[in-house]
Ligand binder design. Structure first.
Ligand SMILES: NC(=O)C1=CN([C@@H]2O[C@H](COP(=O)(O)OP(=O)(O)OC[C@H]3O[C@@H](n4cnc5c(N)ncnc54)[C@H](OP(=O)(O)O)[C@@H]3O)[C@@H](O)[C@H]2O)C=CC1
Ligand SMILES: O=C1O[C@H](COP(=O)(O)O)[C@@H](O)[C@H](O)[C@H]1O
Length: 482
């Protein structure tokens, strides 16, 4: 059950609000997680009546909830919602909002900014000027916060003028995913992994986030950001943190986030001297429609014939500390890939000496995060049957398909994050120093690309990325797990 506070959503007519935020709030209501007094105040620029806006929300929820949409439950949910028009560029709008909140709502307020970061500053100033930014009120801000370290600092400074760090909740929706949190349970809820979780036993780590969707629909934003800013700076690096961090002393927000930031600060800088060996940029070509994938190219999707932005990136990263010295972390993310798949592969070292007269395959721990949640440990077994000599081996997987054990509906990541923000629990949100360390590393890569004039290589839509990605791993005698 959430603390009874008011949830004020900026950007309530936007794509994220429609597809994720209102359906998440509905599910929280449906399952009894919202306090009875909980109010939701929706804002965007246009003028709308409450009733009209609630009907719009009904459609969005219906579309997402499918057979979990219940008209009576929705009617009760809709009673929580009111609508106020606020244009961030007009300070007067915030007075209207303040009056509405005074008349209608609880004392404690959570503001959620699901808008372009370009108006975060104006919103924070408007809230502050009307006495709405005082404790215990807090603010949730969507990604991306900036497009480099300098703009990240600038936006964070503006937010900090109104909301202190402990009342600023930076979203990375991957941290709200059940499967991503399960990584913490896997590592620290089991004794067996820790003694092997280091460079002595592990040869390499691979983290892949492959998507089948392209940049269509968000072309303007995406073409400015590209895969490195859109996915690596946040989601991929958060996964690196959870795999590589030291055991936190507790699950408290400070313990976990302080361990994560140490990982980010340990990432070996990528420089103009090594960038061509350590990174690959790619951009999808058109075609491939015969196999069901859209036929458009990246350039067509973003409507920019001259675009040099990457829709794919692969990086051979290193975490320079005692635990991980010499272990490459192969990171990869791309749009319009063959299949949607988020996966972590921990490849262990070979046995030191084989007694079988043949090579054994190194063990691999494969953690599938989405679309299916599965953990597989590849191990060597004896091939069944009589043998005249030696012992032939085969590789088989110990398989844990979590779908078979979980009967609960798969939640939208935002459900957990909204609930945590309402309950003032920042553990699954990103600290300012974490974000700055991540941007510092990413800026280094982008500067190195520019210094070397590294343009994206093209790759087939519906494929596995540019062929040059293989040199990245082969250079170390490794190969991608595909
Ligand atoms: N969409 C997605 O899948 C994802 C989005 N995000 C992030 O979430 C945020 C929102 O994204 P998205 O929903 O796609 O964006 P949209 O462009 O779809 O929506 C933007 C919202 O902001 C409102 N808005 C724009 N200007 C003003 C203003 N001056 N004052 C008040 N409100 C304003 C718009 O309302 P109106 O036009 O009616 O004024 C609209 O409700 C962005 O930071 C994005 O990067 C993050 C991850 C995924
Ligand atoms: O933040 C973003 O994430 C999505 C991928 O999220 P997922 O939950 O579907 O894995 C990505 O498509 C989008 O470009 C990016 O902005």
């Amino acid at each position: 059950m959430s603390t009874a506070c008011t949830f004020v959503l900026f950007g309530a007519t936007g794509d994220l609000a429609r597809r994720m935020l209102f359906p998440s709030l509905y599910f929280l209501h449906l399952e009894g997680f919202l306090a009875e007094e909980q109010k939701i105040v929706a804002t965007s620029r246009s003028e709308r009546e409450d009733a009209e806006f609630r009907e719009a929300v009904r459609e969005w929820v219906q579309e997402r909830a499918g057979d979990r949409y219940d008209p009576d439950v929705f009617d009760a949910f809709a009673q929580r919602i009111s609508y106020v028009s606020v244009d961030a560029s007009e300070p007067q709008s915030f007075e209207n909002l303040a009056q509405h909140l005074k008349a209608y709502c609880q004392d404690e307020i959570v503001f959620y900014l699901s808008t372009s970061p370009s108006i975060f500053g104006a919103v924070c100033q408007g809230l502050k000027a009307n006495g709405l930014s005082k404790a215990p009120n807090r603010i949730v801000v969507e990604k991306p916060i900036g497009s480099d370290l300098a703009s990240n600092i600038e936006i964070n400074e503006t937010v900090a003028e109104a909301f202190s760090e402990d009342r600023t909740f930076r979203i990375d929706h991957y941290l709200g995913k059940e499967t991503v949190q399960n990584l913490i349970a896997l590592r620290f809820g089991n004794r067996i992994f820790e003694p092997l979780w280091n460079a002595q036993a592990i040869e390499s780590v691979q983290i892949t986030i492959a998507e089948t969707v392209g940049a269509e629909g968000r072309g303007g934003y995406y073409d400015e950001y590209g895969a490195i800013r859109d996915m690596v700076q946040n989601h991929l690096l958060q996964l690196v943190c959870l795999v590589a961090m030291e055991p936190p002393t507790s699950l408290s927000a400070d313990s976990v986030r302080n361990e994560k930031v140490k990982v980010l600060k340990s990432l070996a800088p990528i420089t103009p001297e090594n960038v061509e060996h350590k990174t690959v940029r790619g951009q999808y070509e058109g075609g491939y429609a015969e196999q069901g994938a859209p036929a458009s190219s990246y350039k067509e999707d973003v409507e920019n014939e001259d675009s040099d932005t990457e829709s794919y990136v692969a990086i051979a990263a290193e975490v320079e500390n005692w635990r991980w010295a010499g272990v490459p972390f192969y990171l990869e993310t791309g749009k319009r890939m063959a299949e949607r798949n988020t996966q972590i592969v921990i490849r262990f070292r070979e046995v030191p000496h084989s007694i079988f007269g043949a090579e054994t395959n190194p063990n691999e721990l494969i953690i599938n995060l989405q679309p299916e949640e599965r953990i597989t440990l590849q191990i060597m077994n004896k091939k069944p049957g009589l043998t005249a000599e030696g012992m032939p081996l085969q590789e088989l997987g110990l398989n844990l398909s979590l779908a078979e054990h979980h009967t609960a509906r798969r939640r939208i990541a935002y459900e957990q994050l909204i609930l945590d923000a309402l309950n003032d629990n920042p553990a699954l949100f990103v600290q300012r120093d974490e974000q700055e360390a991540a941007w510092r590393w990413i800026d280094g890569i982008i500067d190195a690309w520019q210094a070397r004039g590294m343009r994206p290589k093209s790759y087939r839509s519906g494929g596995t990325g540019p062929s040059s990605k293989h040199s990245l791993t082969e250079r170390n005698g490794h190969s991608w797990y595909e």
